[in-house]
Ligand binder design. Structure first.
Ligand code: GLY
Ligand code: MN
Ligand code: MN
Length: 432
């Protein structure tokens, strides 16, 4: 269950950070239809969820910073017996107050009639969560009548204020992130144990999903990537349909959500349980980069220094193998490494897998602070037919990705339970 007093604190912090004559309007995520009357599982907008924990669609929340703690007004679906019979979970207005702590709660069909009561002539309104075109249209009509159109510039400020709060994780959030990472790490272990030539990628995906659900997760944080052989060199491969072949590597990038908090873990290992000499060499370069980045993380370290360090280790490794040729400085300068390593080494992690938060402040890369959570994910991908590359290196795709939290004097690796040393992977895969 969500942490009720923490929600109040988040709203209080946000309202303390903004002008008193501002009304924040939070808009729930729209539902998405799959076909006919079948819907995709609903996922609340992350900003809306962060500030309210309210799980229903068709809801609008107002945050009014006009009293000490601010006020939280919720418009949502009325309690509906029929809805409860068919779909369950009808919350209604009484529960909106009792369970979710709304100071006032109204049915969503009263939005047009009631909203003007909360808008005095001095008030400026800012939306947050703007995917729901139906609700935006309704709000714009009311605001238009009240001559208070939301202002884009202000919107950016409010969004940034919320995202700055989301960037520094509370102890409760860290517990959720830790749990998500632990469940996912366990799923990666199960995948390694279940992997063998002759099975299909989607069968290994089934092992991951089974572990997620068995351990209290109800959703994936992003579509699973279970990519063997040449598929490991396709960064966003999600087809997961190929037959696993002895001699190939399998790259799994999979993470579950726990209480809406994401994990994001990648492991790369041999389908037959033994790394070939070439696979081992590439793997060790990626692991060296990943371990060096993790060792460097602590408060004060600038965000872009991680990518710089990563690029240097990977470039030097590829240079030693003759896969890149030239001087390290110029290979880095002209980004030659991108032939084999074409993505960033990190992104924020939280309610969203690519979580919110600026990477720069005042146009300068920001320093890491305690309680920021992010991924560390170097990789090397050598697709078949890569120009100038001997065939023995083809179809080796390796990424190693962990989730870390910056601590006072270093970092905690939230996903450390998933093995990544070659000897640990091989012994896990070869013990019955
Ligand atoms: N799984 C998405 C990513 O690694 O960024
Ligand atoms: Mn990632
Ligand atoms: Mn990932």
């Amino acid at each position: 269950m969500f942490n009720f007093s923490e929600l109040k604190k988040r709203r209080r912090q946000l309202m303390a950070a903004i002008d008193k004559d501002v009304v924040i309007i939070l808009i729930s995520a729209p539902e998405s239809l799959r076909n006919g009357d079948v819907h995709y599982p609903y996922r609340q907008d992350s900003d809306f969820y962060y500030l309210t924990a309210f799980p229903e669609s068709n809801a609008v929340a107002l945050l009014l910073p006009d009293s000490k703690d601010g006020k939280f007004i919720l418009f949502s679906r009325p309690y509906d017996v029929i809805e409860s019979i068919w779909n369950g979970q009808s919350i209604g207005q009484e529960n909106a107050k009792k369970i979710y702590g709304a100071d006032e709660a109204y049915a969503i069909d009263q939005l047009e009639a009631r909203l003007p009561d909360f808008l005095t002539t001095k008030v400026r309104c800012y939306y947050l969560g703007s995917q729901n075109q139906v609700l935006i249209k309704r709000l714009n009509e009311v605001l238009g009548r009240a001559s208070q159109l939301a202002c884009q510039e202000g919107l950016v400020e409010i969004t940034q204020a919320v995202h700055e709060l989301r960037l520094r994780k509370s102890p409760y959030e860290l517990d959720c992130l830790r749990k998500a990472a632990r469940i996912s790490a366990q799923a990666h272990i199960k995948a390694m144990q279940a992997c063998r030539p002759g099975r299909y990628e989607y069968q290994i995906e089934a092992e991951l999903l089974y572990e997620f659900y068995q351990n209290g997760s109800r959703a994936v944080a992003y579509p699973n990537i279970v990519a063997s052989g040449s598929n490991a060199c396709i960064l966003h491969y999600t087809d997961n349909s190929a037959l696993l072949k002895s001699g190939d590597l399998l790259l799994i990038d999979a993470g579950c959500e726990y209480q809406s908090y994401a994990s994001d873990i990648t492991r790369s290992f041999p389908v037959n349980g033994r790394f070939s000499p070439e696979q081992k060499i590439i793997y060790e370069i990626v692991l060296k980069a990943q371990q060096a980045l993790i060792a460097a993380i602590k408060p004060g370290v600038l965000w872009d220094s991680l990518q710089a360090r990563c690029v240097r280790i990977i470039t030097e490794g590829l240079l030693d193998l003759g896969l890149l040729k030239g001087e390290p400085e110029s290979l880095i300068e002209n980004k030659s490494y991108k032939k084999f390593y074409m993505h960033g080494c990190s992104h924020w992690l939280g309610l969203d897998v690519h979580d919110v938060g600026c990477y720069k402040l005042n146009k300068k890369w920001r320093p890491l602070e305690a309680n920021m959570v992010f991924t560390v994910e170097p990789g090397i991908y050598i697709a078949a037919q890569t120009e100038g590359v001997d065939e023995k290196w083809w179809n080796i795709g390796v990424r190693i990705e962990d989730d870390v939290c910056v601590m006072k004097d270093g970092c905690e690796v939230l996903s450390q339970d998933a093995p990544k040393k070659i000897s640990d992977i091989e012994s896990l895969m070869n013990s019955s």
